[in-house]
Design a protein around this ligand. Structure first.
Ligand SMILES: [Zn+2]
Length: 482
C-alpha cells in the first residue's frame, strides 16, 4: 500500500474536541464502536480458524501440500471477505446496515495491524516487547473507538458542531475555532476523524494535515539539562548557569484521601458479580461514578500540567537534554511505581521530543548508562556509589557541594554542550562527547552481582544500574539523537 507522506511545509497533527451528543446520536456512536469491535473479533476468528484447521490436519498426517490454505490478513482481503460474510453471517445479518462501513473497516484495519505486529514480532522484526496473537475483544473491557476515513467529515462554520458520516451533526462541547479557521483559510485538510469514549465522555479527534511555520524559540543557542525526579518533578539547569525547579504536583497522591473514602463507599454497596450474574444496585452505580470522576480529574490535571511544563521548556531552549530513563523498569518497583506513574516521565519525554521537533530544535537523550548523578559537574570526577537517599552531592576531589538533582541537571546540560561543538550537528561529534568513564563496564559488573542478591529489600536502583545489557554499545552511541 502506498504510504502517506505530507507535502513540504505541512505536518500531521491532531485536533481533539469533547462532544455533547444527544441521546439518539449517542446511541448511534455506541453502535458504531460496538460494530468496530464485532468486526475485529470476526477477523481474528476468521484468520485463526485456518491456523487451527491446519493444526488439526497436520495431526491426521495430511501432507503439507494438501493442507488448507492460510487465510490472508491484509486489509483489502479482510474487507472483501467480510463484505460477503456480513450478509449471511447470523452475527451480522439484520443489523450491519445500521452502521457506517467505516465502523467495520476500523475493526478490520485494527485486526490487520494486530496480525502484522504479531508476525513481525515473531520474526524479530519489531522492537519492544513480544507481541502475542491477537485476541478477541471483550464487550465489557474494550475501549470504544471508531475511525472515519471517508465520507462527510466536516467542522461546521458555526464552530460549535462537527459532522461525521452516518452520525450526522454533533454539538461540540468546546469551540472548534482553531481548526475551523485553518480550514477556512486553506492551511489545513482533514484526513480522518476518530470518535472515542474516554473518561466518561465522547471525544472526536481529527487527524489534520496542517501548514505550520517553525515556532520561534526564545533562546535557540541555549541548552538545558532536565533531570526528572519524584521529590522535585524536574530540575532544569541551562548552559547559562541558571537552575530552576519544577515542583511535583502529585495529583494522584493529593486525591488519595478522597479516593479512599469514595472507594469505601463503593465497596459497601452491592456491586456487579459476573459469576452469579448479580446486577449492580443503583446506589453502587452512583457511588462508582463519583469515584471515577475523581480518577478522571486526576488524569486531566496531570495531562494539563505536563503539557504546560513541556511547552515552557521547548519554547525557550534550542536543545533539551533528558535522560533515557527505564520507566517500565522503575514501574516494577512496587514502592516507587505509584509515584513514578503519577509523575508521567515517559509522557514528558514523548512530548519534549515532538515539541522540540515542531520548533525546529532538538532533544538529546543521554545514554542510559551515563552517570549524570554520580559525576561532579565541576571537575568531572565520578563517584563509585551514590545511594538515592543521599540528596546532596559532595565531590571527593574538589570542594563542590551541591543538591543532587541540580548536579545531575548541570551534567546533562554539559552533555549537549560537548556534542554541539564543531559542526553544531548533534551526534556526529559523539566520539568527543564526555566519556562516561567506562561506566558501562562498571555498572555491568554491579548489575550482575545485584542480580545474584535475591529479593533485595526495597532498594531503589538507579535506572542505569537496573538495566541488563542487551546489546553492544560503542562510544559513539553514548549520545543518541532523535
Ligand atoms: Zn568535583
Amino acid at each position: 500500500m502506498k504510504k502517506f507522506s505530507t507535502r513540504p511545509g505541512f505536518v500531521v497533527q491532531a485536533y481533539r474536541y469533547a462532544l455533547d451528543p444527544n441521546a439518539a446520536t449517542e446511541r448511534k456512536m455506541f453502535s458504531h464502536c460496538g460494530a468496530a469491535r464485532a468486526s475485529f473479533n470476526w477477523a481474528v476468528t476468521w484468520v485463526e480458524a485456518s491456523w487451527w484447521q491446519r493444526n488439526a490436519e497436520e495431526s491426521y498426517g495430511i501432507p503439507e501440500t494438501e493442507l488448507t490454505d492460510w487465510r490472508p490478513w491484509s486489509l483489502p482481503a479482510l474487507r472483501k471477505t467480510f463484505n460477503e460474510a456480513k450478509k449471511t453471517d447470523p452475527r451480522f445479518a439484520g443489523w450491519w446496515e445500521e452502521n457506517s462501513k467505516e465502523a467495520y473497516s476500523t475493526g478490520l484495519a485494527n485486526a490487520a495491524a494486530a496480525f502484522d505486529n504479531y508476525a513481525k514480532s515473531k520474526q524479530g522484526k519489531r522492537k519492544g516487547k513480544r507481541v502475542g496473537m491477537p485476541r478477541r475483544k471483550s464487550k465489557h473491557r474494550a475501549r470504544l473507538a471508531c475511525r472515519f476515513t471517508t465520507g462527510t467529515i466536516r467542522v461546521e462554520p458555526d464552530r460549535r458542531h462537527v459532522t461525521l458520516p452516518r452520525l450526522g451533526t454533533i454539538r461540540a462541547h468546546e469551540s472548534t475555532r482553531k481548526l475551523e479557521r485553518r480550514i477556512g483559510n486553506g492551511t489545513a485538510r482533514i484526513l480522518s476523524a476518530t470518535i472515542r469514549f474516554e473518561r466518561g465522555r465522547w471525544f472526536v479527534s481529527f487527524q489534520v494535515e496542517v501548514q505550520r511555520e517553525l515556532e520561534r524559540v526564545a533562546r535557540p543557542q541555549a541548552m538545558v539539562g532536565v533531570d526528572l525526579g519524584v521529590k522535585v518533578l524536574a530540575v532544569m539547569a541551562d548552559s547559562l548557569g541558571e537552575i530552576r525547579h519544577i515542583p511535583n504536583p502529585k495529583h494522584y497522591d493529593t486525591a488519595l484521601e478522597v479516593l479512599k473514602r469514595l472507594s469505601r463507599r463503593v465497596s459497601r454497596r452491592r456491586g456487579p458479580d459476573r459469576r452469579t450474574g448479580q446486577k449492580p444496585s443503583q446506589r453502587w452505580i452512583k457511588a462508582n461514578e463519583q469515584r471515577n470522576r475523581v480518577h478522571h480529574r486526576v488524569a486531566h490535571l496531570r495531562a494539563d500540567a505536563l503539557h504546560k511544563l513541556t511547552t515552557t521548556i521547548t519554547s525557550e531552549y534550542g536543545t533539551v537534554v533528558v535522560e533515557d530513563l527505564n520507566v517500565a523498569g522503575m514501574l516494577r518497583n512496587r514502592r516507587l511505581a505509584r509515584k513514578i506513574a503519577d509523575a508521567g516521565f515517559g509522557e514528558i519525554r514523548r512530548q519534549l521530543t515532538y515539541k522540540t521537533k515542531r520548533n525546529g530544535c532538538r532533544t538529546v537523550v543521554a545514554n542510559r548508562w551515563y552517570p549524570s548523578s554520580k559525576t561532579c559537574s565541576d571537575c568531572g570526577a565520578v563517584k563509585a556509589k551514590l545511594p538515592l537517599h543521599v540528596r546532596v552531592f559532595d565531590c571527593d576531589v574538589c570542594p563542590l557541594v551541591m543538591d543532587r538533582d541540580e548536579n545531575a541537571a548541570r551534567n546533562l546540560a554539559a552533555v549537549a554542550a560537548a556534542c554541539m561543538t564543531g559542526t553544531g550537528v548533534a551526534g556526529d561529534q559523539g566520539a568527543q562527547a564526555p566519556k562516561p568513564r567506562g561506566a558501562d563496564q562498571k555498572t555491568r559488573a554491579t548489575c550482575l552481582s545485584r542480580k545474584a542478591e535475591a529479593g533485595r529489600a526495597g532498594g531503589t536502583r538507579l535506572p542505569h544500574q537496573r538495566q541488563k545489557e542487551t546489546r553492544d554499545r560503542t562510544q559513539t552511541e553514548a549520545l543518541s539523537l532523535w
